[in-house]
Design a protein around this ligand. Sequence first.
Ligand code: GLU
Length: 427
Amino acid sequence: MSESLLSDANQRLKKALRYVTIHEDAVERLKHPKSSLTVSIPVRMDNGSLRVFQGYRVRYDDSRGPAKGGVRFHPGVTLDEVQSLAFWMTFKCAVLNLPFGGAKGGITLNPKELSKFELERLSRGYVDAIADFIGPDVDIPAPDVYTNPMIMGWMMDQYSIIRRQITPAVVTGKPIAMGGSLGRETATAMGAFFVIQTVMPKLNRKPENTTVAVQGFGNAGAVIAELLFRAGYKVVAVSDSQGGVYSPQGLDIPSIRKIKESTRGIKAVYCEGSVCNHVDHTAVTNAELLELEVDFLIPAALENQITAENADRIRASYIFEVANGPITSAADAILEAKGIQVFPDILVNAGGVTVSYFEWVQNRSGYYWTLQEVNQRLEEKITRETELIWTIAQELNCDLRTAAYVHALKRMGEAIEAKGTREDYVK
Ligand code: GLU
């Protein structure tokens, strides 16, 4: 990758600023991450040796409230990536009108190579290293790629040990038994599903005539594939990091999930088990999946999947970004010229952080909601913001990503200006 992810992310800001006027001081602030922490985390491995891992926590902006965002465990984690992800979190929280700024964290490693005990020591070591940088009123971590409720539980517990106070609101996405919220695990996919359902009538579409390809079969991808399947959409292709399956007649997603859970890979679906017996399918690579001729393409894995290199070969009519940053800004322009409409990450995948916000509220009030209450509040919130962004795009005659940025910028601009601008000091 030649260009820095953060400078690419900043291109979106630049484009949105053509449509909205916010104070130049606020714009200047938003070009730079507020603070970036790099830490070395020593971990005692099971064989007795000591390994030092590199970790990061970045607070991009906290004008609208404590910073919020996940922690990613992945071999590709760099400071630049974490800063870009923190930038997106800032806009995402503003799009959903959550009282939060944006943050992100990460550790550079392949978590599949560590034992459970090593992972626990690493997660606790990470919190030891960043404990002074986070807190329920400062910066609140959550799950992201390859992190899960168990890891969030260890992190919350470690923070509580350091502070000598049980502090559930310092981390969201925890196990239910440790103060987690019902519905948090499925929230990213659920939010994406509500966005899709809200726009279906606007796109004049019916589920039964809509084909879908989903890239990524983790917490977000597998659940959105199943929600769409159950709602009558024709999910024709799914993939994980190893590869994927495609069947023009549609795949039976619940059985694929079962096989994946028992074998830990979609590849096993090729030739074993019920799916292969019932559905005629072809093996596809991740790159091929992206280029299938489908109505909806849902990238739900990592960033930078659709770039200037392959954008021209994309044949989907609509793209819903369930991953963070799967399309580069250069690819955006190519897709737009081809008439492909993109529903942006900062709206489509915002269900996760929205239910994280609900979890934080529940932790602070000590009163817990039912699953129905969680999902209903998520639906209300994300549907409302989807409608607003749709209207902005119509009014400004711009793409939906730009409309989402304009929407967020107005809220962020107000908060930054309220704290004082040059005019308050210079007469
Ligand atoms: N990692 C998720 C995201 O990128 C969730 C963040 C959170 O819940 O704070 O939106």
